[in-house]
Design a protein around this ligand. Structure first.
Ligand code: DQA
Length: 162
């Protein structure tokens, strides 16, 4: 009898200053608050059959601790690393260590902004990057993650992935 796969737990991590959404530069980041983005993610995760763990921190160390803890406890990571995208080799190293699928999200299109935002260390480990679509990008990232996890599950059943 085919076993029913457990509900995959997906971490949605948000880096520094994203707690200020709603008041932070609305011309760039829009008017949605992080709580509203979390609600959007919760609704999307429910329809996709994912268990959502949504978090934000202003601390690079805390973000790295969460990423490390995801190894063995989460199925995948959706991350908006915020300013740490452009500066943190340590966050990249932690994400590499987890060996989990990663999707990177930015509310704004970082490639249309200042040159220092054009490079993201995190992109090096991300399966995909969504930038410039506002809060909708989070929903699209969850949808893509559900697809990646389903494909992985199928490959595991066939014995092509262990
Ligand atoms: C951001 C883009 C980053 O360059 C910036 O530092 C942020 C937010 C975005 O979601 O568009 O804090 O990640």
């Amino acid at each position: 009898m085919a076993r029913k796969p457990a509900t995959p737990r997906v971490l949605v991590l948000n880096g520094p200053n994203l707690n200020m959404l709603g008041v932070r530069d609305p011309a760039v980041y829009g008017t949605a608050t992080l709580a509203e983005i979390e609600a959007l993610c919760a609704a999307r995760a429910a329809t996709l059959g994912l268990a959502l763990d949504f978090r934000q921190t202003n601390s690079e160390g805390t973000l790295i601790d969460w990423v490390q803890a995801a190894r063995g406890s989460a199925a995948g990571i959706v991350i908006n690393p915020a300013g740490l995208s452009h500066s943190s080799v340590s966050l990249l190293d932690a994400l590499l260590l987890t060996e989990l699928p990663v999707i990177e999200v930015h509310l704004s299109n970082i490639h249309r902004r200042e040159p220092f935002r054009h490079h993201s260390y995190v992109s090096q480990v991300a399966t995909g990057v969504i930038a410039g679509l506002g809060p909708r990008g989070y929903g699209l990232a969850l949808e893509a993650m559900a697809g990646l996890l389903a494909a992985r599950e199928k490959a595991t059943e066939k014995g092509t992935v262990r």
